[in-house]
Design a protein around this ligand. Structure first.
Ligand code: FPP
Length: 246
């Protein structure tokens, strides 16, 4: 099964961001441990990345581990970190075959050393790939990111390198972890939760939001295609009137 003919390939969102949610509930429904849900979540990640490449979406961002996730039971945090390292190691070849460049946002320094090293190696290996940039948000929270940007701007002002009058939206965006990435045009959240949960608060200002009850381990490229179809039915007005947009 390929791309649905109803998708307009000339009107694709250039950047899709996803809050992958519901791994724990998926496992619980099956009478299994939460980690089983995360393991199956990896299959959903693989199919979604391949679907994005197949469709021609140049930027895909996945919320893989939030700053708040550090508060989970230690064994779950450890299992998630191990899963991340083993997945990155195993999948680097597939990323190369699909022309995917790996990128990260978040506080990489707070990750275990082995995880940080594997990620940096995979980013280095895939850095020249051009078809899709896959950004993993790891130890990421938007308020943390915004606070860091403010600190960096304040330091530039204090050093005399920046005049406060020069601070504008573009300069601010350039100090965020996402500098160089376009803002997402479509954000998908799985598992029926209707929240943003500290994800890309600045970048989602005009993003179309798509919520699905599907739990993340059940999400497949066909669900990505459905979300894109829904996105293409919407009118994006950016504060203007419908007539102005037309
Ligand atoms: C949310 O489900 C999911 C996570 C916190 C982790 C996401 C991680 C993966 C899908 C696996 C590894 C990812 C990559 C990129 C290799 P939850 O645990 O909050 O589920 P619940 O809300 O049902 O408890």
């Amino acid at each position: 099964m390929g791309i649905p003919a109803t998708i307009d390939l000339n009107n694709l969102p250039q950047h899709v961001a996803i809050i992958m949610d519901g791994n724990g509930r998926w496992a619980k429904e099956k009478g299994k441990l939460r980690v089983f849900g995360h393991q199956n979540g990896v299959l959903a990640v693989r199919d979604t990345v391949e679907g994005a490449v197949e469709l021609g979406i140049p930027y895909l961002t996945l919320y893989a581990f939030s700053t708040e996730n550090w508060n989970r039971p230690k064994h779950e945090v450890n299992a998630l970190m191990e899963l991340l390292v083993s997945t990155i190691t195993k999948e680097t070849k597939t990323l190369m075959e699909n022309g995917v460049r790996l990128n990260t946002i978040g506080d990489l320094n707070s990750l275990p050393k082995s995880c940080d090293r594997q990620l940096r190696e995979a980013m280095e290996k895939t850095k020249d790939n051009k078809r899709c940039t896959l950004t993993l948000a790891l130890s990421y929270s938007s308020r943390w990111e915004i606070t860091e940007a403010v600190k960096s701007i304040a330091a530039s002002v204090k050093a005399g390198d920046l005049n406060p009058e020069e601070i504008n939206e573009n300069l601010f965006a350039d100090r965020l972890n996402t500098a160089g990435l376009p803002d997402p045009e479509l954000m998908i959240r799985t598992s029926g939760e209707l929240r943003i949960s500290n994800f890309l608060l600045w970048q989602l200002a005009y993003t179309e939001l798509f919520f699905t009850p599907k739990l993340w381990p059940d999400f497949r490229r066909t669900d990505l295609f459905d979300a894109v179809l829904d996105y293409q039915k919407r009118e994006r007005r950016f504060g203007m009137t419908s007539e102005q947009v037309k």
